[in-house]
Write a protein that binds this ligand. Structure first.
Ligand SMILES: [Zn+2]
Length: 102
């Protein structure tokens, strides 16, 4: 069921049952996903967004796999799932912030 109405500038609109309008572009050419397609971690800052544009992954995956294998990466190569799981476990053990105890 597609009740979207076409608008100018390649946008489309639909009326929500609660009484408000939703207006979105017809296509999302530069949308960055919320999660990295390789490791599954959330995209969190500008470096992740920039690396997604270059390699379609987060900054950490770019440094770890995409940049050292940039030619095969562009051809579609991705690290084996076993290696990705090992890296995710390693990252999960890193402290996300440090307290200074006085
Ligand atoms: Zn990643």
């Amino acid at each position: 069921m597609d009740n979207w109405k076409k608008m100018a500038n390649n946008r489309k609109m639909i009326e929500h049952p609660a009484g408000f309008l939703i207006i979105v572009p017809d296509q999302y050419p530069d949308v960055v996903p919320t999660k990295c397609s390789v490791c599954g971690f959330l995209m969190k800052d500008f470096t992740d967004l920039a690396e997604h544009k270059r390699y379609e992954c987060c900054y950490s995956c770019s440094i770890k796999w995409a940049q050292p294998n940039s030619i095969s990466w562009k051809d579609g190569w991705r690290p084996p799932q076993k290696e990705i799981i090992k890296e995710v476990e390693r990252r999960n053990c890193l402290p996300s912030f440090i307290y200074q105890v006085k």
